[in-house]
Ligand binder design. Sequence first.
Ligand SMILES: [Zn+2]
Length: 158
Amino acid sequence: MKRSNNLNISFEDMYNVNRPTLGRQADIVITRILKYALIDYLGFNSASKIYFAGRYVGENCNVKTMDEMKELFMELGIGILDVVDEDPLKIRVTECIGCSGLPNVGQSVCFFEAGIIAGCLNNILNEDVKVTETKCHAMGDDYCEFEVHDIQPSSDLN
Ligand SMILES: [Zn+2]
């Protein structure tokens, strides 16, 4: 299995949780604290890095179908994922780990989640996509919604 980072820890290693009392359970607040602390500490430009980190995660989750992506989101507690439109592809996530319950701050915040979806879809569709969050609790919506667009091959742009 592919090594995930410079620390030589694989995704498989991360599933090996040796916590007899606590198991895999953790308060999602800590994941939010981590994400928003990174953005506070590194600056808002880090949001795009968080997106690409999420994409890297999605690409390494071995998801091959939309159903497997839904299962991944449920298993990891990221949210309840549904495809709500086909053209353009639109994906809704309810009970999102990153934003559900947050106040309206006037902009979307689910960069990591968008990246995971992009990474999964790169494998499922076998093409490079860009995923943009268009609805979010942090924009006053009741769920997150993500629009999926093809990334045109660079030769088409010239
Ligand atoms: Zn969101």
